[in-house]
Design a protein around this ligand. Structure first.
Ligand SMILES: [Zn+2]
Length: 161
């Protein structure tokens, strides 16, 4: 599953591939829009916030707060975010809060800088359309993995002081 493509080193010396559909499928068991969106949010945040992801430290520098309906398909976001940010259920640094609307916050706990993600109107329309037209989950994932983050999300920076 680890290809030589898109491997990057972070400042702890650990190397990991950017989140791929193969990685998402390995963790989550299937593909779909929400696990893929979690992957894209996390990759974007890792880059922008300078997160170490799976650094050598026991306690990593990331905290992720996911607000959404607490059931699949929406909660599949959590697995995409675990794969991409390195925040995990076991490390207790990813949280799911029951909410009607999707909002995800990724925070660098060292710099206190964070990014907030909401789903763009256009993306929400597309997801409805894909489900209505029975577009395959694989194809939905592919589309999301190859879209610009700005087309998928409304992204805001914030400070967690
Ligand atoms: Zn799922």
């Amino acid at each position: 599953m680890v290809s030589n493509q898109a491997i990057r080193a972070d400042d702890t010396g650990s190397t990991l591939p950017k989140t791929t559909m193969a990685v998402l499928k390995l963790l989550h068991g299937h593909l779909g829009p929400y696990v893929s969106l979690g992957g894209r949010m996390g990759d974007y945040a890792v880059e922008k916030l300078g997160l170490k992801r799976h650094g050598l430290k026991e306690q990593s520098d990331v905290r992720v707060i996911v607000e959404c309906e607490p059931n699949p398909p929406k909660s599949c976001l959590v697995d995409g975010l675990q794969a991409s940010t390195g925040a995990t259920y076991g490390k207790r640094n990813i949280f799911l809060i029951d909410s009607k609307t999707v909002r995800v916050r990724v925070i660098n706990t060292e710099t206190k800088k964070g990014l907030e993600f909401k789903l763009s109107e256009r993306l929400q329309e597309n997801i409805k359309k894909w489900f209505a037209e029975k577009v395959s989950l694989e194809k939905q994932s592919e589309t999301i993995m190859s879209s610009n983050p700005q087309d998928l999300f409304i992204i805001k920076e914030f400070s967690d002081d």
